[in-house]
Design a protein around this ligand. Sequence first.
Ligand SMILES: CC(C)(COP(=O)(O)OP(=O)(O)OC[C@H]1O[C@@H](n2cnc3c(N)ncnc32)[C@H](O)[C@@H]1OP(=O)(O)O)[C@@H](O)C(=O)NCCC(=O)NCCS
Length: 163
Amino acid sequence: MAAQLRRAVIGDEPILRALRLQALAEAPEAFGSTYERELARTTLDWQRWMAPGVTFILNAPGGAGGLVAGQHDAADPAVVHLMALWVHPELRGSGAADELVAAVLAWAWVEGASTVRLEVMQANGRARRLYERAGFRVTDRAPERDHGGRVEVSMECLVSAAG
Ligand SMILES: CC(C)(COP(=O)(O)OP(=O)(O)OC[C@H]1O[C@@H](n2cnc3c(N)ncnc32)[C@H](O)[C@@H]1OP(=O)(O)O)[C@@H](O)C(=O)NCCC(=O)NCCS
């Protein structure tokens, strides 16, 4: 059985927490957050990932194997932020990551947004290549932030009905 996506719902907080901690433990260099910060999140924090934001979970034969989150920009209703993308190493190269990204793009469209924005570590060539394949391009919009020597770049994708 191939991996399938589903939208996280109330009750999924422990699964989100476990996935996010797994992501931070496995690929700490890919994220601006830290394992300790995610560990400290409350049930309410995880619920905010599901509403007003959205989180998609990758269901694989061995259990939950990936996630991605989308959040509305606090100031601009035309912008949605894509965050926290992670796919279990055993599921990489399977197309699952493309499906997770496409799910956020489709959600952004339904929500009336015109742009999906994300931050990715400049050195994360694999993620950058994936995002480029999905239609994202590096912009100079956001000032590059520095996470202890790791520099982020901002990427954007215009959303459309075609996805
Ligand atoms: C980023 C991630 C979700 C991508 O999923 P994936 O299944 O590995 O991606 P894919 O294999 O479908 O695509 C990656 C692309 O990068 C290429 N690639 C692989 N390693 C690479 C590298 N070191 N540098 C540049 N490109 C690389 C692949 O060839 C592929 O490109 P192609 O389709 O043109 O051949 C996954 O690797 C992951 O979870 N990484 C750790 C967490 C992370 O980095 N999250 C992103 C935070 S912004």
